[in-house]
Design a protein around this ligand. Structure first.
Ligand SMILES: Cc1cc2nc3c(=O)[nH]c(=O)nc-3n(C[C@H](O)[C@H](O)[C@H](O)COP(=O)(O)OP(=O)(O)OC[C@H]3O[C@@H](n4cnc5c(N)ncnc54)[C@H](O)[C@@H]3O)c2cc1C
Length: 448
């Protein structure tokens, strides 16, 4: 998305340009697959948007006249699977009914993070030295609270809280309207609306604006040679492109697969290679009817230790499509991903059966379609959601990360100041990258 946005912005600025894409499809981590039943699509990557808080995404949704659907919310019970055999039901959008001491501790940590995540401050150096797990333990989080914090990290970034850098996640929330917006399913949060035709329609729409004649799909970039007066880009299918400027939108963790000459300044590969991309996986189960509603649940199910960390309802009633999207993330997701497709499907259905407390007669077992998507197995993503910097690598490298080097400019969702990690962030960064290039081309030295 960031690359397509950079291209459309460059076109508007009157530049000549082209898009070089490794995959045979456009959209990167935005990928919508049509259901065989013809009842809409399954979003294997990005699914949710917000038309009040995400202006760039919303502008495209309106421009391309896309139909949206609201995330269903009501007060029927949600479920937490505390352990393999223990489950608790609780009213949607409140803290589950844990024993009072544990509940107070959880509220104390939540309120602290909520307050921190709303500050308009730069990340602190001291928070760059600790994982989120250590950070909350220093605030006296109990084991139970640490498990909940771990669940947050699993659901958001598909890592464990021992691997997530405190400075990075706090800053991430600050860029994205705070902790609560990252979780909310109503108009105040990132999980508010979905697109009836699937999110990839946004990428397809932008590609039409770019002009498909300017897009080279199935052209993996292998090397970028910056000779000051020009840049030469070579792809693994032996194509060569020459330009004045290049905007790189590949995931930073994949920079190691591209040969940059002269080499990028040492700090950049140091920062980019010291990142972790989590196991962010989706399993989508489609049914003829919303059986979970029929038995009295709203859909929210989350689990501390089982493969699925969170389930979300992705129904599109307008298309008679009723699906549950299960996030099978982090270390448990990594184990799940090693199994064959049948075993993966079985693990998902069995956890849903336990979670919703249903037997073999349930509609659950009569799913009409099942998709699973393991982003780690995609060579041009190698994981998701965002690359998480190693301890001590976020604040330290902020002045170089995403900043231009010679004629090479960088765009990506993780460089964005607004909705970092989301499609909105990708669009924001793409537009900024193109502006940066336009400014650089106008600079006197560039016209020599
Ligand atoms: C499962 C999942 C759920 C998500 N849910 C949401 C959501 O609900 N809402 C939301 O807003 N966001 C969501 N996101 C995040 C969103 O998808 C991303 O933030 C956004 O799409 C990132 O765009 P990007 O351009 O920064 O990166 P990418 O999408 O990673 O694009 C990078 C592009 O570079 C290409 N590339 C890689 N290597 C090469 C190479 N060597 N040569 C040429 N091209 C190369 C890739 O093929 C790709 O097209 C989700 C992501 C995932 C994976």
């Amino acid at each position: 998305m960031s690359g397509l946005q950079a291209a459309v912005s460059a076109k508007r600025a009157g530049l000549s340009f082209c898009v070089i894409e490794a995959r045979d499809r456009l959209g990167g981590k935005v990928w919508s697959i049509p259901l065989a039943s013809g009842r809409g699509t399954a979003d294997l990557g990005a699914a949710w948007i917000n038309d009040e808080l995400q202006p760039s995404t919303t502008a495209y949704v309106r421009k391309f006249k896309m139909d949206t659907v609201r995330q269903p919310i009501d007060k029927t019970p949600a479920i937490v699977q505390v352990s393999e055999d223990e489950r608790l039901e609780f009213p949607f959008s409140v803290i589950p009914d844990f024993p009072p001491v544990k509940k107070r501790n959880l509220e104390m940590i939540r309120d602290h993070i909520k307050a921190e995540s709303q500050k308009r401050e730069a990340p602190k150096l001291k928070d760059d030295q600790v994982s989120l797990d250590t950070y909350v333990r220093k605030l006296d989080a109990t084991e139970k609270t640490c498990k909940m914090v771990n669940l947050y990290v699993r659901a958001m970034h598909s890592l464990e809280s021992t691997e997530e850098l405190a400075a990075h996640l706090i800053h991430y929330w600050r860029r994205n309207h705070g902790l609560l917006a990252a979780r909310a399913d109503d108009h105040t949060g990132g999980n508010y609306l979905r697109l009836q035709g699937g999110n990839q329609d946004i990428a397809r729409g932008i590609a039409r604006l770019v002009g498909e004649q300017h897009i080279y799909s199935s052209h993996p970039v292998q090397s970028i040679h910056d000779e000051h007066a020009k840049v030469t880009i070579c792809t693994s299918n032996d194509q060569t492109f020459v330009a004045k400027k290049v905007i790189v939108s590949v995931p930073t963790a994949l920079f190691r697969d591209i040969k940059f000459t002269p080499p990028l300044p040492a700090a950049l590969p140091e920062r980019c290679s010291n990142t972790k991309l989590g196991h962010y996986n989706k399993a989508i189960v489609c049914h003829n009817k919303p059986w979970w509603r029929d038995i009295g649940y709203n859909w929210v199910l989350f689990s501390y230790d089982s493969p699925i960390c969170i389930v979300r309802d992705t129904r599109i009633p307008e298309k008679n499509c009723y699906s549950l999207t299960c996030f099978v993330n982090s270390s448990v997701g990594a184990e799940w991903a090693k199994q064959d497709p049948h075993a993966r499907r079985r693990a998902v259905l069995e956890q849903l059966a336990k979670g919703y407390n249903i037997d073999r007669s349930s509609e659950l077992w009569r799913s009409i379609e099942f998709f699973d998507q393991i982003w780690k197995h995609e060579p041009y993503s190698q994981g998701a959601l965002s690359p998480i910097p190693a301890i001590g690598h976020y604040v330290k490298y902020q002045s170089v990360h995403g900043k231009p080097v010679g004629n090479i400019h960088f765009v990506r969702t993780e460089y964005s100041d607004h909705w970092k990690g989301y499609m909105e962030g990708a669009l924001t960064s793409g537009a900024q990258g193109a502006e940066e290039v336009v400014r650089a081309l106008k600079a006197p030295e560039s016209r020599l």
